[in-house]
Design a protein around this ligand. Structure first.
Ligand SMILES: Nc1ncnc2c1ncn2[C@@H]1O[C@H](COP(=O)(O)OP(=O)(O)OP(=O)(O)O)[C@@H](O)[C@H]1O
Ligand SMILES: [Zn+2]
Ligand SMILES: [Zn+2]
Length: 811
């Protein structure tokens, strides 16, 4: 009886998207389990693979099967739950086994192969040169990997190794090595009891002081981490203790601790307000029901949602359960992470893209080993291997960053629902502006709706003034700041409070335009205008899509007029205008351009909290989730930038973003004032946000979505084809459309005609798309899968690429 493992190999081709059979070598039998990561031969190469299932009883043909070469981890990386979940992800997003599996684990767990050489005991080969002699000595000492040998001895080493391999003097082994491995430290541990150690220490107190110190430390702490103690393993004192049998040297694994992104903000546990207590009760009930129930927590900005999450998780831990809390792009929410880590300490693991690969690996491993029971993280943390999961919290549940834009196109909110059902747990979707989808699901009775309609201590919502910029323009004002905005800023800063200025566009100006002929300067690779940047005395044009840069032309490239002028305002321009007008104010700008460096975001938040900033100016990243008690004024420079995007969610996004940014004002003792500048003061999204009137916005928006059949009244799928040549991209989209129309029809699906994407060309690739509206994924998924297969492979051979985003947020 041999046993066969069904393995998904790490080779990226759609045709290989099935398990392959491998023989389980005798020494792994009974130990190998589904979810284990293994190392296998495949074709003429070696690669890592994931065991999907095992057939212990299989025999016969197993003889001819290739064997598993190694098992890469002590425990299977994938729990049985995650293996099941990968099937769901595959089914829901039409991705491959490999894509689904790899999206669940940290990138550090990607092994590559290392070839290692070992001298075969016995007579050495003829050593004809000094170099050969040295190489042989090196190999005789211990096995060596190929790359370092060649680096050390030059290309001749490769020839010699070939020669010795064929003469049988050297053996070769292929081993797997992870991209990022465990961090190990050398520790000295006692091999005698405390009494013996103390006696030995006393005996050496005079003659061998260093040994005595080490022995005392060993008796007390049971180990000495040598690097921390500033002692080398080769130190004579260490060696002496080892030789005398009093201690041994060991390699010990240590976790890398991620601290960079979190703020040490300790917040004591609070007495809940009645609204918070009611919300907590609803969550605990959902947990107790053990039926995978979902709760929408609709709490206005500053209503104290975080405290409710923290206490729900505490209850969950008290019952021995685990929890996952998702936050959007965690690097942007250092306060949230800080509140979790200061409340739960070592029981929390933090997982997000701001960590180094090593930190992420170690945090993940702490979860897998059951040492951390609470996970706080961004989108992919929804796959954290938390066992006995009782609660999933999705904070700011309306955020589009929960949807993965690349393959596999999963939505973490949906995965949260799956995991809650699978574990008989509960899921909470918290937001000040729940999405239309959440509202719809609640109306259909699929989710429970809980409201916290007031701020903590009944603090008032900020007062909002809408400024009609058309009016200001008519009255001859050309400045960036209206009278009301200037007044609000000055009032706040003069009273020692802080102000926040929001503008959703980075750079200096939106684009440059020739006044002679009306032409703007376009990116050569993309179908969009270049953005003007001005910083540190320099000026350049930059593409926000592909990062292409060029100088600002002095004359128009089309008509030759020296009339190229900037249009549209960006954050750099606002920063400049603030400096001009109020030179003594301390202004901090926060956008993608100022926060690229690791930790930059946390530092900025800290500076605001420490009162080192008068005006915080920035894009989306200052609009959400931050809790600054001293901010009394919020100004929105231009509310229309988001409204004008060609997206059916533009109104919802505007409403949500304005509500969030207004909500940053007046969160503590001081009352909040806000000013919104806009060219469309009557738009329902702006009006509703200004009046804090959720119901009004939702009613209008719902009617519109229903009339035009947009989500939540259907789902959208977008097929994308891109190619350097326009005709290929168009052709692939047309073919997909044709295939799909052949297989599905209304009412199951409405297939819209193939058309160029919003940005027709990006990064040198033409892009065409097909949008499909459907209502039940199960009724259309097979048609999608086969239409996609009919197009994608051919497109890949032509040097282009395709993608299919189902349950898409945008078109
Ligand atoms: N029960 C309580 N008593 C006193 N203060 C509280 C209580 N609960 C929360 N707070 C404080 O109220 C403030 C706002 O809470 P929190 O940041 O959780 O708001 P939120 O609901 O998440 O709002 P937003 O959606 O705007 O992020 C915080 O400073 C928090 O410490
Ligand atoms: Zn011109
Ligand atoms: Zn570009």
């Amino acid at each position: 009886m041999a046993g066969v493992a069904h393995v998904i190999v790490d080779v990226r081709t759609r045709q290989l998207d099935r398990p392959f059979d491998y023989a389980i070598p005798p020494r792994w039998q009974g130990r190998l389990a589904p979810g284990h990561r293994v190392y296998v031969p495949f074709g003429r190469q070696y690669c890592q693979g994931y065991v999907l299932s095992i057939d212990e009883t299989a025999s016969g043909p197993a003889k001819t099967l290739k064997p598993i070469l190694a098992v890469l981890d002590e425990i299977p990386l994938f729990t049985p739950e995650l293996l099941q979940l990968h099937e769901f992800v595959r089914d829901r997003t039409l991705c491959t086994h490999l894509e689904a599996l790899q999206s669940m684990i940290p990138g550090a767990y990607r092994a590559h192969s290392v070839r290692r050489y070992r001298a075969v005991p016995g007579d050495p080969p003829a050593l004809l040169s000094a170099a050969a002699e040295r190489l042989w000595q090196e190999l005789a000492a211990r096995p060596q990997a190929f790359e370092p040998l060649v680096r050390k001895f030059g290309p001749d080493a490769a020839l010699l190794l070939e020669l010795w391999l064929s003469s049988g003097h050297v053996e070769e082994r292929v081993e797997a090595e992870d991209a990022v491995r465990a961090q190990v430290v050398t520790v000295l541990v006692p091999s005698a009891d405390a009494q013996t150690l103390q006696a030995a220490a006393a005996a050496r107190a005079r003659r061998a002081k260093k040994q005595a110190v080490l022995l005392t430390a060993l008796a007390r702490d049971k180990e000495v981490r040598l690097r921390e103690a500033g002692i080398r393993p080769s130190d004579p004192a260490v060696q002496a203790l080892v030789e005398q049998g009093l201690a041994v040297l060991q390699q010990q694994e240590v976790y890398r601790a991620p601290v960079a992104a979190a703020l040490r903000e300790h917040q004591p546990k609070r007495e809940l307000t009645p609204a918070q207590a009611a919300a907590l009760r609803a969550i605990l009930q959902a947990m107790a029901a053990a039926a995978g129930q979902g709760v929408v927590l609709h709490g206005v900005t500053g209503s104290g949602k975080t405290e409710v999450y923290l206490q729900a998780i505490e209850a969950c831990l008290a019952e021995g359960g685990g929890a996952i809390a998702l936050v959007p792009e965690i690097a942007l929410t250092p306060q949230m992470v800080g509140r979790f880590t200061s409340r739960f300490g070592q029981r929390v693991a933090v997982l997000h893209s701001g960590l180094s690969a090593g930190e992420r690996r170690d945090e993940w491993l702490r979860v897998r080993r059951g040492e951390a029971r609470v996970v706080v993280g961004a989108r992919s943390a929804i796959f954290a291997p938390v066992e006995q999961l009782r609660l999933v919290v999705v904070d700011e549940a309306h955020e589009s960053s929960y949807k993965q834009e690349e393959r596999p196109h999963y939505d973490a909110r949906e995965i949260a629902g799956w995991r809650a059902r699978h574990n008989h747990a509960a899921v909470v979707y918290g937001s000040a502006t729940p999405s239309m989808e959440l509202l719809h699901a609640a109306e259909q009775g699929k989710l429970t709706w809980v409201s916290m309609p007031f701020r903590i201590e009944n603090r008032p919502m900020p007062a909002v003034t809408i400024v009609d910029m058309r009016e200001a323009l008519r009255q001859g004002s050309r400045g960036l700041f209206s009278e009301a905005l200037i007044h609000g800023l000055e009032a706040a800063v003069e009273q020692g409070q802080q102000a926040l200025l929001f503008l959703n566009r980075r750079g200096y100006a939106a684009f440059v335009l020739c006044r002679g002929c009306g032409e703007s300067v376009q990116c050569p690779n993309c179908d969009i205008s270049l953005t003007l940047h001005r910083h540190g005395g320099e000026e350049w044009l930059q593409c926000h899509y592909c990062e292409y840069r060029q100088a600002v032309p002095e004359v128009c490239e089309r008509c030759g007029e020296p009339a190229v002028r900037p249009f549209g305002v960006g954050t750099q321009q606002v920063e400049h205008a603030l400096h001009e007008r109020w030179p003594h104010w301390r202004v901090l700008r926060m956008d993608v351009d100022t926060t690229r460096r690791k930790g930059a975001h946390r530092e900025a938040v800290e500076r605001v909290l420490n009162g080192e900033v008068d005006v915080l100016l920035g894009t989306q990243m200052i609009a959400k989730g931050l809790d600054f008690p001293n901010v009394s004024f919020v100004g929105v420079i231009a509310a229309d930038t988001m409204l004008n995007l060609p997206d059916f969610r533009a109104a919802e996004r505007t409403f949500s973003l304005l509500t969030q940014v207004i909500g940053r004002a007046g969160r503590a003792e001081i009352a909040g004032q806000t000013v919104i500048q806009t060219y469309r003061p009557d738009h329902y999204a702006i009006q509703a946000a200004a009046r804090h009137d959720f119901a009004a916005f939702y009613q209008t928006e719902q009617a519109y979505r229903q009339a035009f059949q947009y989500p939540p009244y259907c789902e959208l799928a977008v097929f994308f084809a891109s190619h350097e040549q326009e005709s290929y991209a168009r052709g692939a989209a047309a073919r997909f459309e044709r295939e799909l129309r052949r297989l599905v029809a209304a009412p199951d699906a409405v297939v819209l005609p193939a058309a160029p994407s919003g940005i027709r060309r990006a990064k040198g690739q033409y892009r065409f798309q097909v949008v499909v509206k459907y209502s039940q994924w199960n009724r259309v998924k097979n048609a999608f899968a086969s239409s996609y297969a009919a197009v994608s492979e051919r497109m890949r051979k032509l040097g282009g690429s395709c993608s299919l985003d189902v349950n898409a947020l945008h078109i």
